[in-house]
Design a protein around this ligand. Structure first.
Ligand code: BES
Ligand code: MN
Ligand code: MN
Length: 453
């Protein structure tokens, strides 16, 4: 099997680069044809790899690529989930090479989607091809690759609800997360949820001369800044009433266990050019970005931002705000609490509109399941060390639905690194990581089949 992988390494890489050339940005309708072309690309590669019944399942949005290989109904069935869409590549000028002209430099593949998630998703296609060609496939497989993860997966949610029979299986296998380091592999055992809202603050009914009116009417940008600033207190805790009501507090033992994962605050600060870290009092960095909920402004705009100066009080100001959620918060609950609070703190001098966007629920996946143990053994085999379970701060909204709708746990076998710059300029994925993924995934199938007997 490893012979097959090393003999085909160049092709495995060049096929990935071909897919990375297609700008499948799901958020921007301008890329519609490219997103559709990427779905077609994945479909063709699945067919070539040996999958049966490969099809594009239409949705109200972008299609889901489905394909399967059922070798024996008595064997366990692994459902592979991944996404072929990517985040927008802006700002383009900060890329050292164009985001959709992939290059391999210093052992890394640079391109938007290299790690999140085209590179990691394609490892599964190539691992499957490898198992097919070397006659080592030990489980049934169903692929479900979507094109709307980066915009909230709402159509996949509907697809899952409507296709429970088609999606019968034993476990969901996903590579769309990271690990601690190339010599400290880890398995993601939890993801945060998400509430995403947009707010609009309106002051006067038109833009005004900031000299004639300044000081006498509410400036919506000033007010928005004050309102946003008031959402955290001096301990960097979120001030929305009831925000922490349902938050699961970890026991001292669980926190001590977490603290055993290797982490250097110095390196962390250096890597990001930070004078200091910042966050909720009473928690360390690794807790702040995984087991604690957050509220962050993702974008804020209004008024004049062009060349030179324009003396104006804008009529409107806007912000996009994300809240990361932890068990047992729900996106509905938190969005509602945010909306109520944000409206209540608005002074009479402005009008406030809160527009909820997509959400997703937090999840914790078991670390005592057969599937987790099989994944653990797989990493141990290819990395030479036992992976540690870690809870991640990111979100994959569909994972909670796999559990609630299909009753299935997910195993999050990520091979990316935090330093891969996903969603940022110069996103990359190590060639080492890509190849390690292709080697490790078949080991999961092997152990999972053996341990399920
Ligand atoms: N693959 C990421 C999530 C991720 C990355 C989880 C690294 C853990 C480690 C996924 O594509 C993503 O970006 N999700 C979005 C949520 C979505 C609703 C836009 C996120 O976390 O912001
Ligand atoms: Mn992803
Ligand atoms: Mn992403």
């Amino acid at each position: 099997m490893n012979n097959y992988i090393s003999e085909n390494k160049d092709r495995f890489l060049s096929e990935l680069l071909d897919m990375l050339r297609i700008p499948s940005v799901s958020a921007d309708p301008k890329f519609k044809e490219d997103v559709l072309r990427t779905a077609e690309f994945v479909k063709q590669r699945l067919i070539e790899a040996g999958a049966d019944n490969v099809e594009l399942c239409e949705t109200a949005g972008y299609p889901i690529v489905y394909g399967e290989k059922i070798i024996d109904p008595n064997l366990p069935t692994v459902i592979v989930y991944g996404h072929y869409d990517v985040q927008p590549a802006d700002p383009y000028e900060l890329w050292n090479s164009p985001p959709f002209e992939p290059v391999i430099k210093d052992g890394n593949i640079y391109a938007r989607g290299a790690c999140d998630d085209k590179g990691q998703m394609y490892m599964h296609v190539k691992a499957f091809e490898t198992m097919m060609r070397t006659n080592t496939l030990t489980c049934n497989v169903k692929f479900m690759i979507e094109g709307e993860e980066e915009v909230g997966s709402s159509n996949l949610g509907t697809f899952v609800k409507e296709n429970k029979e088609k999606l019968k299986g034993d476990v969901i296998l996903i590579s769309d997360t990271g690990m601690l380091g190339n010599d400290t592999p880890s398995i993601t055992a939890g993801l945060r949820g998400l509430s995403y809202v947009e707010v609009e603050v309106t002051g006067p009914n038109r833009d005004l001369h900031s000299g004639l009116y300044g000081g006498a009417v509410a400036n919506p940008i000033n007010i928005l800044c004050q309102m946003i600033a008031s959402l955290h207190d001096e301990n960097n805790r979120i001030t929305i009433p009831g925000f922490y009501d349902n938050v699961e507090e970890l026991s001292a033992e669980e926190r001590a266990e977490m603290a055993r994962a290797p982490f250097s605050l110095d390196k962390y600060k250096k890597a990001l050019d930070l004078g200091d870290v910042h966050g909720e009092a009473g928690y360390v960095t690794m807790e702040r970005n995984s087991i604690r909920p957050t509220l962050d402004v993702n974008g804020i705009w209004g008024g004049y931002t062009g060349e030179g100066a324009k003396t104006v009080i804008a009529s409107k100001a806007f912000a996009k705000i994300s809240m990361r959620l932890v068990p047992n918060q729900t996106s509905e609950e938190i969005t509602e609490k945010f909306q109520k609070h944000f409206e209540s703190i608005a002074p009479a001098s402005v009008k406030v509109l809160v527009k909820p966007h997509h959400g997703g629920e937090p999840v914790v996946t078991p670390t005592d399941s057969v599937a987790y143990k099989a994944a653990s053994k797989a990493y141990e085999e290819t990395f030479g060390v036992k992976p540690i379970p870690v809870r991640s701060g990111g979100s994959i909204p569909i994972v909670a639905m796999f559990k609630s709708e299909l009753g299935l746990d997910s195993v999050l076998m990520g091979f990316g690194l935090d330093s891969d710059a996903i969603h940022s300029p110069n996103e990359h994925f190590g060639v080492f990581n890509y190849m390690k993924g292709i080697e490790t995934i078949p080991m999961f199938y092997k152990h999972y089949a053996e341990m399920s007997k």
